[in-house]
Design a binder for this molecule. Structure first.
Ligand code: F6P
Ligand code: MN
Length: 344
């Protein structure tokens, strides 16, 4: 579909002003989204400029998950915090790159809704070494702590409570993809006007697809329903699916989800028994939940294999979760395979 030909060139700021009027999206949330989008365009520049200003390479530090941080992980985290801290509706934030949640000292004075921001400032940052695709992911929760002190417990809300989610993708072009629960809209950064412009309104994930994404090198650790699904895809036209499938693995969740929004498919980072106590690789509150909200708002589906991801009650802001998401019919099939395996 040629998105450009079918839409007006509406800037993100006008789109958001219309959303306040037409969809009753609160002004405090709009201010937060604008700040996040500004941060994302600055992160895009930081990624581009990294090699020139000394911020490429390793930071020689680890994040809370024990993963080696890139300098740009830290820079992107600082950019995001710097951009959103002044937003008066923001009461706290959580990040993949921060061990503890950070409380923002704004007073809850006027009774309007207040928000918490959870984010992965630079997803897929191992791709930086190869000039591959990276992104930023964010989730917004409303907070009920009127007048009270914010702590981690306020962040431990299931994904169904999200009021907004989105990501930026730093690829051949920089895009900002957003949902406030009224479908999913995609904006492309226009260097000439230095603004995000609506290029992909109301994205819908195709139901029927023949593309899957999984890190095959982990096959020996997978659970049986996932093995069965992939086995059947790989068997192709002469197998039970009677169709040839294609496989992709970009090693950046943002890039995988973006591909699924554009042309369908399914993405799996399932439960595996590599490190059994971790229950998966991806993080629930700032990776799996926002991506699930986007995918479901675009007509797709997301599950752990047992439970809808957005119904999982988090018990830690950094907890991990198995992720299966994408085109509805494929995710339903995977869910059926899990149910059949459980019943056997
Ligand atoms: O944030 C975690 C992440 O980088 C995702 O973006 C990506 O899907 C995954 O990890 C890649 O994992 P692996 O290194 O196992 O391929
Ligand atoms: Mn990530």
């Amino acid at each position: 579909m040629n998105h450009i030909a079918t839409t007006q060139h509406i800037a993100l700021s006008s789109f958001l002003s219309n959303a306040t009027r037409e969809k009753q999206v609160p002004a405090g949330l709009i201010a937060l989204i604008k700040a996040v989008a500004d941060a994302c365009s600055s992160i895009a520049t930081a990624v581009e400029r990294g090699v020139f200003d000394g911020s490429s390479g390793n930071a020689h530090s680890e994040n809370v998950h024990g993963e080696a941080q890139k300098k740009l992980d830290v820079v992107s985290n600082d950019i995001m915090i710097g951009a959103v801290e002044p937003v008066s509706s923001l009461r706290g934030l959580a990040s993949e790159e921060l061990e503890s949640v950070q409380v923002i000292g704004h007073e809850d004075s006027d009774g309007s809704p207040d928000y918490l921001l959870l984010f992965d400032p630079l997803d897929g940052s191992s791709n930086l070494e190869i000039n591959g695709i990276v992104g930023s992911i964010f989730s917004v929760l409303a907070t009920s702590a009127s007048g009270g002190v914010i702590d981690e417990s306020h962040f431990l809300q299931p994904g169904v409570k999200q009021v907004c989610a989105g990501y930026a993708i730093y690829g051949a072009t920089t895009m900002f993809v957003l949902t406030t629960g009224h479908g999913v809209d995609g904006f492309t950064f226009d260097g000439e006007s230095a603004s995000f412009v609506l290029t992909h309104p109301q994205l819908q994930i195709p139901e029927n697809t023949r593309e899957f994404a999984i890190n095959m090198s982990n096959e020996r650790f997978w659970e049986e329903p996932v093995r069965r699904y992939v086995r059947e895809c790989v068997a192709g036209a002469s197998g039970p699916r009677q169709a040839n499938f294609n496989m992709r693995w970009i090693a950046s969740m943002v890039a995988e989800v973006h591909r699924i929004l554009m042309r369908g498919g399914v993405f799996l980072y399932p439960r595996d028994n590599r490190i059994p106590q971790l229950a998966g690789r991806l993080r629930l509150t700032y990776e799996a939940n926002p991506m699930s909200f986007i995918v479901e708002q675009a007509g797709g589906m997301s599950t752990t294999g047992e439970t809808p991801i957005m119904e999982v009650q988090p018990d830690d802001v950094h907890q991990r979760i198995p992720v299966i998401l994408g085109s509805r019919l494929e995710v339903e099939r995977l869910l059926r395979y899990h149910h059949e395996a459980a019943a056997a």
